[in-house]
Design a protein around this ligand. Structure first.
Ligand SMILES: Cc1ncc(COP(=O)(O)O)c(C=O)c1O
Length: 390
């Protein structure tokens, strides 16, 4: 049958029809353990009753009015996010790329306010910030940019987790207004930087009057064992972007700002028809309440460390394992050989995983995964890795 969908994705040939918790079922009723959560989105698992109740109740009342009018649920959600993060205000969009667009616009406004005519943002190699023209220009992956020249000006790429590289870029250019960085690179291969990396970036931003912008689209909302990854460093950025797990599958993105950065997107400077509509905000509020009620930040840390420990034990005799790393439930297993085929082998075995950068297995299990499911994940994947690398 001819497909009328643009062929932008290399999809695996499986069709899921329902889910519950960490399980998914396909159209033949085969069951799969989801260790990817729709790429860090469904942290509460599938068909969580709190989300179901929130969105079905809200859909009976009001889905959408536009941002021409007050939206009390949006106010509530912004207040809650600011309480949790220490930020001052929030702009809502519908995706991670849109959240980052807002951040990039804030940085440019800041530059013009400080009389820099051609403001530039430092971004990182191997980063991923989205697929719109601005966010793909910020992204540090030539594959994402290929074919889309001319890219947007005003991004300077430096090596990740490399403070001297940041310092030399700052010394070389006098038009830098902001640094945009992922606390852990997700698409880049679960790259976890030095534990004081963000603290050093905070110091550099303070001493150079730059806006510190964190892309927490993947790391945010409890994934790493804290509400926001920057909380591990006891700092607060000037801008922080969110999406993915914020709606547990209902599309929503958010750009949070603090201090001087929170005063720049004024009336007429930005907007989104759907952004922060009652449906999306009801889902996000339910997500935040559930994470609190079920103590999922703590669980992400405990379960993530247990998974790391178990894989380290199971795979200790496998000489092809280069590295096993995690921050909470962001888990990477790096092999010394390409291993993208493992994705299909795992699918056959009823397990959903992902491979980034050709040789790093990425696991982003739902935070509600239980002990028996964790044991199954470890047994199945260790077995697959051991037979694949034999
Ligand atoms: C760190 C990061 N930023 C931005 C994005 C883009 O988000 P979206 O696909 O919702 O536009 C992603 C998506 O993977 C991401 O991981």
């Amino acid at each position: 049958m001819t497909s009328h969908i643009m062929p932008t994705y290399g999809r695996l040939d499986v069709t899921f029809t329902r889910g519950e918790g960490a399980w998914l079922w396909d159209k033949h009723d085969k069951r799969y353990l989801d260790a990817l959560s729709g790429i860090a989105v469904c942290s509460l698992g599938h068909a969580h009753p709190a989300i179901h109740t929130a969105i079905s109740t809200q859909s009976q009342q009001l889905l959408h009015t536009s941002n021409l009018y007050n939206i009390p649920l949006q106010e509530q959600l912004a207040t809650k996010l600011c309480q949790l993060s220490g930020m001052d205000n929030v702009f809502f969009g519908n995706s991670g790329a849109e959240a980052n667009e807002a951040a990039i616009k804030i940085a440019r406004l800041y530059g013009h306010q400080t009389n820099i005519a051609n403001p530039a943002i430092i971004v990182m190699q191997q980063s991923f910030h989205g697929r719109t023209m601005a966010t793909l220009s910020a992204t540090g992956n030539p594959k994402v940019q290929d074919g889309f020249a001319p890219l947007l000006d005003g991004f300077i790429h430096v090596a990740y987790n490399d403070i001297p590289a940041l310092k030399s870029a700052l010394a070389e250019h006098n038009n830098i207004v902001a640094i945009l960085v992922e606390p852990i690179q997700g698409e880049g291969g679960v790259n976890i930087p030095a534990s004081d990396y963000l603290n050093k970036i905070r110091d550099l931003c303070d001493s150079h009057d730059l806006i510190m912008m964190l892309d927490e689209v993947q790391t945010g909302i409890a994934r790493t064992g804290a509400w926001f990854a920057f909380q591990h460093n006891h700092i607060i950025p000037d801008v922080c972007t969110l999406a993915k797990a914020l709606g547990n599958g209902v599309p929503i993105g958010a750009c949070m700002a603090k201090g001087k950065a929170s005063k720049l997107l004024t009336a007429g400077k930005h907007g989104s028809t759907y952004g922060g509509n009652p449906l999306a905000c009801s889902a996000a509020l339910a997500v935040l309440e559930t994470i609190e009620a079920e103590q999922l930040c703590q669980q992400a840390e405990t379960k993530g460390n247990a998974i790391h420990q178990a894989f380290s034990t199971q795979l200790k005799n496998n000489t092809h394992i280069k590295n096993i790393r995690n921050k909470g439930m962001m888990i990477g297993i790096e092999l010394d050989m390409p291993c993208t085929e493992l994705v299909g082998l795992a699918l056959d075995a009823g397990l959903l995983i992902n491979v980034t950068g050709a040789s790093s297995i990425r696991l982003l299990p739902p935070l509600i995964i239980n002990d028996a499911q964790i044991a199954l994940l470890i047994e199945t994947l260790s077995g697959l890795i051991n037979s694949y690398t034999k």
